[in-house]
Design a protein around this ligand. Structure first.
Ligand SMILES: Nc1nc2c(c(=O)[nH]1)N[C@H]1C(S)=C(S)[C@@H](COP(=O)(O)OP(=O)(O)OC[C@H]3O[C@@H](n4cnc5c(=O)[nH]c(N)nc54)[C@H](O)[C@@H]3O)O[C@H]1N2
Ligand SMILES: Nc1nc2c(c(=O)[nH]1)N[C@H]1C(S)=C(S)[C@@H](COP(=O)(O)OP(=O)(O)OC[C@H]3O[C@@H](n4cnc5c(=O)[nH]c(N)nc54)[C@H](O)[C@@H]3O)O[C@H]1N2
Ligand SMILES: [Mo]
Length: 777
């Protein structure tokens, strides 16, 4: 257990010299000097590779060094010089490895050979590629296609994603869950209904030209650091910023741009003009309060509403009834604070509304996002320069993967195009999303799991349930760069297929290949890795998928898997004909700046909704009621991790060093609950949906500037607290930002013995984070 967490206090600014220093130190330590220079000079450059750090769009005019501290960490994490070789796997049993932390696992380096764990085996051993493909093919041929699950994480290139979905559908299933199901799915669902397309209606130039930027439920200083540079440009041109966040995140307070001298030595740029410390899950009430004021002041864009929207009268009637006591109580904000925000929106000629996980991972997230869209409609902030809805994506290509058809609920038009191009009947029933995949494994309805990237076992909710479910599989296959938990909690037979990363050269039969990706602003670009592969035995994701597909399907449907793997242009030719907006794909993706996918609302205020208009939504004001003696816990990222990959133990901006097992709580809540700062506690949650008590052990209380009743701790340590069945209505996204917990002195959470069908109980210290689901009688 980490007993030496050091709390140094919250920072009031982000980036600057410390960011450069931290980034360079990481790069030099893990990659060495020559490799660092070679790699970083190609990061986000025209002939270089796309940063895998996040989905933030590239500016048109790029700096020589167009990257941020956390982008450098992401690169160093992939391009490190350490190697996990067959000798390494011979030395460490799977059980030994499973006792290690994510931080340790990640430091063991790049996997060099395909590896297999055979039934009953306790170690991974090497296997030839063709034998691995044959083994997968044998299994897939022996089962019903709906017993197979094909997961994708959002780093996969468009070429690999297209081929993967083609394979899954040619094989016969839409079971294609992805990380999006846990991420921006609530956004995709809300925006599809509201504007007919689940993507941002802005370009990066709109950000520069905005009058006001509202940033709700997002921590760009850590998770999209290059966004700060764009916000700085906007601010210098006179834009204002409202930050809506329970926490006063450093990046939204002040920014020292490390890319110019003034940013480094000067006072930096003040970011948020107004910070609204909303209570967790209080955003719906806040947006309704703002909406009611705009209506009261008649500060609405009548022309836009009449021409382009539907449902305004119902929405207006609903908001005129808004109960301010309830709004204030639920949002935790005063009418004065809400009025100030509404005035800024009223006085802005063009507003951009940005959001991320703080809005998407609640039970009523779809409604929250619909309400935010309502505000944009009321103000005519769609399809206008400097204005729009901007869900900022997480993984660098999570948006592109969806565009390429990675989706358990593909639209009929997409399947029709696939059918026309390849001449087979794709399955039409919806497949499993992430949560349903876990249920299917748990219930024995699925026996095969393949992960194209990602770390399914660690990223998903209800850790103990998920692990038990994964262990019931017959065959699990992970296409990965580095060791993670999903290699250690496996099916009866398990394969690790090591792949090239985005920093690496990808040479196939027709020579050096490139891939393409799409950012949060719908721009498609090419990406070429500069480095020699970490091992000569690695294969690209495209080659791996093609190998599995050829072994499984042979020449069924006449799809030329092997040729496509030697020449990615052939894949792009299919993309040109199947994916809307991708005509002449190779040429347009490789030209300077790439190309922008069409977006009706952004381009021409056209809306592919049922009514053909932007649709207002009426949502009841509702928020989670937290019983006395409990806190509402959000699970978030530190400054030193990428999702389940832990870079280090410091959260510099939040002033926590040397450990991650902390829970941030308001001073008065600490006292009222009978604790002192620094006390060690267990977090206990009991969800009304299943009456199971879940426990996370050994967290240090950190006194923090957060609204009363709203606590925070890091993910993935807290995942076991999120019940599998507690998901957002409409999007089935786990409610990772709304967990009702109580704190008990460490070691006193003595739940009943864990149900024997669920294995989550571990005694060793490295796993003190494990949750113990216990059935209460
Ligand atoms: N370095 C780094 N970069 C990353 C990632 C990473 O792990 N590390 N992950 C990538 C991925 S996949 C994603 S999805 C993004 C995630 O990017 P973010 O969404 O910024 O990630 P979180 O840490 O989950 O932070 C959520 C923010 O929402 C706030 N919040 C929590 N609950 C509420 C609420 O109820 N209302 C409001 N208004 N705010 C709330 C939190 O205080 C926090 O500031 O980042 C991407 N980029
Ligand atoms: N409690 C809680 N849970 C959450 C969240 C939360 O905020 N709170 N956030 C959710 C969100 S937003 C997301 S997106 C998911 C993330 O879920 P995932 O995307 O499944 O998880 P990651 O940790 O991003 O995956 C990291 C792994 O990807 C592999 N990898 C890295 N680079 C490559 C590559 O180039 N190719 C391949 N094939 N593999 C590679 C490495 O082996 C690494 O271990 O987690 C979700 N879970
Ligand atoms: Mo994400």
């Amino acid at each position: 257990m980490e007993r030496d967490v050091e709390v140094t206090g919250q920072k009031k600014s982000a980036a600057g010299v410390p960011a450069v220093a931290v980034a360079m130190k990481r790069a030099l330590t893990h990659m060495g000097a020559t490799r660092s220079v070679k790699t970083l000079l190609k990061l986000n450059q025209k002939d270089g590779f796309d940063c895998m750090g996040c989905g933030w769009p590239d500016p048109e005019h790029r700096h020589v060094a167009e990257f941020c501290e956390n982008g450098v960490k992401a690169v160093a994490e992939e391009a490190l010089t350490d190697r996990a070789t067959p000798q390494f796997f011979a030395r460490h049993s799977i059980a030994d490895l499973d006792r290690q932390t994510e931080l340790w696992l990640g430091k063991q380096g790049r996997i060099t050979h395909p590896m297999i764990k055979r039934p009953g085996g306790d170690h991974y051993e090497p296997i030839e590629w063709d034998d691995a493909f044959a083994l997968i093919a044998d299994h897939l041929q022996s089962i019903d296609p709906d017993e197979a699950i094909f997961y994708t994480s959002g780093r996969t290139s468009n070429e690999a994603a297209f081929l993967y979905q083609l394979f899954a559908r040619a094989y016969g299933t839409n079971n294609m869950p992805d990380c999006s199901n846990m991420c921006h799915e609530s956004t995709s669902v809300a925006l599809a209904d509201a504007i007919g397309i689940g993507k941002a209606s802005v370009t990066i130039n709109d950000v520069y030209n905005a009058d006001l930027i509202v940033i709700a439920g997002q921590n760009p200083g850590s998770n999209h650091p290059r966004m700060l540079s764009a916000l700085e440009v906007a601010k210098k041109r006179g834009a204002k910023i409202i930050a809506i966040n329970p926490l006063r995140e450093a990046g939204l307070v002040r920014f020292h741009n490390p890319q110019n001298a003034r940013g480094v030595v000067g006072p930096g740029t003040e970011m948020a003009d107004l910070h609204l410390p909303v209570r967790i899950n209080g955003d719906l009430a806040l947006f309704q309060g703002i909406g009611s004021l705009l209506l009261e002041w008649d500060a609405i864009d009548r022309e836009f509403i009449e021409q382009h929207t539907q449902g305004f009268e119902e929405w207006a009637a609903h908001l005129r009834e808004v109960d301010w006591n309830y709004v204030e109580q639920t949002s935790g904000l005063s009418r004065r604070q809400i009025t100030e925000a509404a005035e800024m929106i009223r006085d802005s000629s063009a507003t951009i509304y940005c959001w991320a996980m703080g809005l998407t991972q609640h039970r009523n997230s779809v409604n929250i996002i619909r309400e935010l869209a309502n505000l944009a409609f009321a103000r005519g902030d769609i399809g206008k320069r400097g204005a729009g809805l901007f869900p900022v994506r997480g993984h660098s290509n999570v948006q592109g993967d969806r565009t390429m058809g990675i989706w358990e609920r593909p639209p009929a038009s997409f399947l029709d195009a696939l059918q026309k191009e390849f001449g087979f009947d794709p399955p039409r029933e919806h497949g499993y999303d992430t949560v349903d995949s876990i249920r299917a494994l748990r219930d024995g309805k699925a026996s095969f799991f393949m992960g194209l990237g990602g770390n399914f076992v660690d990223a998903t909710p209800d850790t103990a349930v998920t692990k038990a479910a994964m262990r019931k599989a017959k065959l699990t296959v992970q296409v990965s760069t580095k060791i993670n938990r999903s290699h250690l909690v496996t099916g009866e037979t398990a394969l690790i297929l090591p792949t090239l990363g985005r920093t690496e050269k990808d040479v196939r039969g027709t020579g050096e290949q490139f891939v393409t990706v799409e950012d949060s602003a719908c721009v498609i670009r090419s990406s070429h890795g500069p480095l020699e592969p970490a091992s000569p035995h690695l294969r690209s994701e495209v080659a791996i998928i093609a190998g599995i597909a050829a072994a499984t399907l042979g020449d069924r449907h006449g799809i030329r898997w092997r040729e496509m793997a030697e020449d990615y242009d052939l894949i792009r030719e299919h993309i040109s004909r199947v994916v809307p907006g991708c005509e002449d794909y190779s040429r347009r993706a490789t030209r300077q700046g790439g190309f922008v996918l069409p977006h009706g609302p952004r381009d021409s205020r056209t809306f592919a909704t049922d009514s053909g208009k932007a649709e207002f939504a009426v949502s009841p004001i509702e928020a989670l009621q937290v019983p006395e003696g409990h806190l509402l816990l959000q699970t978030m990222r530190s400054h030193d991790q990428f999702n389940t990959t832990i870079y280090g133990l410091d959260d510099r901006y939040r002033g926590v060093n040397g450990g991650r097992r902390v829970v941030f709580v308001h001073r008065e809540d600490i006292a009222q609950l009978g604790f002192d700062p620094d006390d060690l506690v267990d977090l206990v949650t009991r969800w009304e949906g299943d009456d199971v008590e879940r426990v996370a052990e050994g967290f240090r209380i950190v006194e923090y500037d957060t609204p009363r009743g709203s606590a925070a701790a890091y993910y993935p340590e807290t995942n076991a607290l999120v019940p599998l069945d507690s998901t957002a209505e409409g999007s089935n996204t786990p409610t990772s930002k709304s967990v009702v917990v109580r704190l008990v002195p460490a070691g006193t959470a003595r739940p009943h013995l864990a149900d024997s069908s669920q294995d989550g109980v571990r005694a060793d210290d490295a796993h003190k984070a494990e949750w113990r689901p216990t059935q209460l009688s």
